[in-house]
Write a protein that binds this ligand. Structure first.
Ligand code: MN
Length: 231
């Protein structure tokens, strides 16, 4: 018997690739720009901004994804997901990969119109980024089995037409740098996920769209966008 006034919220989790085990999700950190998009924004290699999604936004990247409410511009962003397995604060770059449990491919789904509206007036991004189901992610591939990939194709297509393609080696900030930098801002915990930013080519999704995406050697997925909710 506990003295909680109701049962604690269920733990969000993701499958572990090739196993019955599940990876319990603590928090989700998301980087801003981490690939060159061919515009001036990356002219200076500034420390990337980060935002968060709640663990409750994490879902398996399979089946049908609900079309969120309150948006006319529902966008895909394919990203490498880093899964933290060991707590750490002020982790050095040299030690950073020791804290990484594994990797996955994920979608940082975004209500772009709400993000633009928030940016325009300096409001937080949560309505654009932190909605239910906004982080579909593939099963996590353990680093103990697959190592720490530094390169590999990352791509996304919609209805068979490719929209995003790059390579992990094009990431502006390496996983070691990202983990180290983030751990100087907050104490990282086992279970934290880091979505590491998306290559160029982000665009809107429509009801019924079929998305295929993945990262070579890490994971691939196919999902379908559900019908648009009645407003
Ligand atoms: Mn993103």
């Amino acid at each position: 018997m506990s003295n909680f006034v109701f049962e604690p919220t269920r733990v969000a989790s993701l499958p572990v690739s090739g196993s019955d085990a599940r990876f319990p999700v603590a928090r989700v950190f998301c980087l801003g720009r981490n690939y060159h998009w061919g515009d001036a924004l990356n002219a200076v290699r500034e420390v990337p901004a980060y935002f968060m999604k709640p663990a409750t936004s994490v879902i398996d990247a399979t089946g049908e994804l609900a079309f969120p409410t309150q948006t006319q511009q529902f966008c895909h962003e394919i990203e490498l997901v880093v899964a933290i397995g060991i707590d750490g604060f002020e982790i050095s770059e040299a030690q950073a990969l020791n804290h990484v449990w594994g990797y996955a491919a994920g979608l940082d789904l975004t209500r772009r119109d709400l993000q633009m509206a928030a940016k325009a007036v300096g409001n937080p991004w949560e309505p654009a980024k932190a909605f239910d189901g906004s982080a579909p992610i593939t099963p996590i591939v353990p680093a103990s089995r697959n190592g720490h990939p530094q390169q590999g194709a990352i791509w996304l297509s919609v209805n068979g037409v490719e929209r995003q393609r790059s390579d992990l080696e094009n990431q502006i900030w390496s996983v070691s740098e990202i983990v180290s930098q983030l751990s100087h801002s907050v104490s990282l915990r086992a279970g934290d996920l880091i979505m590491t930013g998306t290559p160029p080519g982000v665009a809107s999704l429509e009801a019924g769209d079929v998305i295929n995406g993945g990262i070579s050697g890490i994971g691939e997925f196919e999902v379908r966008i559900g019908s648009r909710p009645a407003d």
